[in-house]
Design a protein around this ligand. Structure first.
Ligand SMILES: Nc1ncnc2c1ncn2[C@@H]1O[C@H](COP(=O)(O)OP(=O)(O)OP(=O)(O)O)[C@@H](O)[C@H]1O
Ligand SMILES: [Mg+2]
Length: 291
């Protein structure tokens, strides 16, 4: 019997740390002995460059435009520890749906049975924050990914994007869409940031997979074109990424989340604003505020 390939999609607000987290996750899973493919779905096509010494690879859509027809293997490049890297790419700026690259690239790889032929254990899609364009919803809608994880900080706009993603997942969940594995809390350093995320996951009936601190090690590694796993394998930050990989590897049951409606989200945010102000003014202790 063919082995089950675990397909994971990572979503999150623009600039929140999706590609950084995804690349470190791929690197850590590959160090655990798994065969991993990282599939960049962003038209910017910069998902996989820290797996390849800071270099960029041609995208599936670029190759199609250039040659008319593409063999799947021409669009697959190997990076750190043999990780397979693919970038879907996008249409020429300002023309067409930016999500088309994902649809085209996924079709190409599926038609040519690439996942099975490469004997992959993991395919990790590094997607985008908003699911407004049909193409970006493909990994969820078509059930291509089994598990969705969202990268979020405790900033309201990141949580707002995560909540919108939850709405998208819920919408497609009855039609065989991907379900939610949990939240990867990125750039969480202080206790109040942790409390805000903890409260949000509780209200939306999901979970935090790992708390990833903001760290200069990530910046240093990125500047030398590497993931933290490769560039600073003995660092505390690398340990955190390895813990995330272990947690995701052990994860089996994803669920339909319970997104907040706009009124609930507004009230939730207002409550946190009051708590933080009250603590700052010394009206309540941080402990009492759950901070
Ligand atoms: N935990 C962290 N510590 C320090 N820097 C971080 C951390 N996470 C992400 N960054 C930095 O934040 C910047 C944005 O990260 P990244 O490119 O991964 O975000 P993204 O969500 O993929 O962005 P986009 O939406 O543009 O694709 C990068 O320079 C990255 O190094
Ligand atoms: Mg990115």
């Amino acid at each position: 019997m063919a082995k089950q390939i675990k397909q994971i999609a990572i979503y999150g607000k623009g600039g929140i740390g999706k590609s950084t987290t995804t690349s470190n996750l791929s690197a850590a899973l590959s160090d655990m002995g798994y065969k991993v493919m990282q599939f960049g779905c962003d038209p910017k096509a910069d998902s996989t460059n820290t797996l390849r010494d800071g270099t960029y690879i041609p995208t599936v859509l670029d190759l199609l435009r250039e040659k008319g027809q593409v063999k799947a293997e021409e669009s697959i490049f190997q990076g750190y520890n043999g990780i397979y890297c693919v970038e879907a790419g996008g249409p020429a700026p300002g023309v067409g749906c930016a999500g088309r690259g994902i649809i085209t690239a996924v079709q190409l790889l599926k038609q040519q049975h690439v996942f099975e032929d490469l004997d992959l254990d993991y395919v990790i899609y590094d997607v985008l924050g908003d699911v407004v364009c049909g193409g970006f919803a493909v990994p969820i809608r078509e059930g291509i990914a089994q598990h969705v994880f969202t990268v979020s900080s405790s900033d309201f706009m990141a949580i707002y994007a995560a909540n919108n993603l939850f709405k998208g997942i819920k919408k497609y969940s009855n039609a065989g869409g991907a379900l939610l594995g949990g939240v990867i809390a990125n750039s969480v350093t202080s206790p109040y940031q942790r409390s805000i995320i903890d409260d949000f996951v509780e209200k939306t009936q999901t979970q935090v997979m790992e708390y990833i601190p903001r760290s200069i090690t990530v910046t240093q590694s990125e500047l030398s074109g590497k993931t933290t796993i490769e560039g600073a394998p003995d660092s505390e930050q690398a340990k955190v990424y390895r813990a995330l990989a272990k947690r995701i590897d052990e994860h089996t049951e994803s669920k339909t989340p319970n997104p907040l409606d706009s009124q609930q989200l507004k009230e939730w945010a207002a409550k946190w604003a009051e708590q933080i102000i009250a603590v700052e003014k010394g009206e309540i202790t941080s402990q009492a505020a759950g901070i």
